[in-house]
Design a protein around this ligand. Structure first.
Ligand SMILES: [Zn+2]
Length: 190
């Protein structure tokens, strides 16, 4: 695995109590881990508050940044605002690897002998998690859609066509009805 010394925290040398680490995450950092992504131009600052206690660390990650994504509605790329925060507790254990408990949702266990913690995987994961599921152009200041206007026009004309596939079915039923009706009439006449 690639080593990122700049993302490592040598916690042994830290004083007890909270300290702040600031990580500027660029596109290269993310592309190395997520090459096949529709996301590009990552640009984020993650501020980590690292609160050192005797047997555990409390971590708080604040994310502020942007990533370029294709809009779900018009397809044009735009800069999506990333704004999120995450908490993580790292517990130090003096046990063998075999006895290490499984990590929980917000709690990670590491052996006390691991004196350097690499933050890069968490930085990556939290940044990915900070991306909202829905990617829609924010509205313009006047309240109108921020989307590509040409694409919106095209979409609305396609929307009209989408109702058409029902027509052949109706036509088929009408043809069927036209055949049946005369027979019914004939029966009625008897
Ligand atoms: Zn759009």
């Amino acid at each position: 695995m690639k080593h990122n010394r700049e993302f490592e925290i040598a916690w042994m040398g830290l004083k007890p109590g909270p300290q702040t680490f600031v990580y500027d995450i660029d596109d290269r950092f993310m592309q190395e881990r997520e090459a096949d992504s529709e996301f590009s131009n990552w640009n984020a600052r993650i501020t980590l508050k690292f609160d050192k206690h005797e047997n555990f660390f409390m971590l708080h990650f604040d994310i502020d940044g942007t990533v370029s994504v294709p809009c779900d509605r018009c397809g044009d790329n735009f800069d999506l605002r990333l704004w999120d925060e995450f908490d993580l507790v790292i517990k130090l254990l003096s046990v063998d690897d075999a006895e290490m408990p499984e990590d929980e949702d917000d709690v990670v266990f590491i052996p006390r002998s691991e004196t350097v913690i690499d933050m890069s995987n968490w930085l990556y994961e939290f940044l990915m998690l900070s991306v909202p599921l829905q990617h829609i152009h924010p509205d313009k200041a006047d309240g109108s859609a921020g989307c590509n206007e040409e694409a919106l026009k095209l979409l609305s004309s396609l929307g009209d066509h989408e109702e058409e596939p029902a027509n052949p079915l109706w036509k088929g039923l009408e043809a069927f009805k036209n055949i049946e009706t005369p027979k019914a009439n004939k029966k009625g006449k008897k």
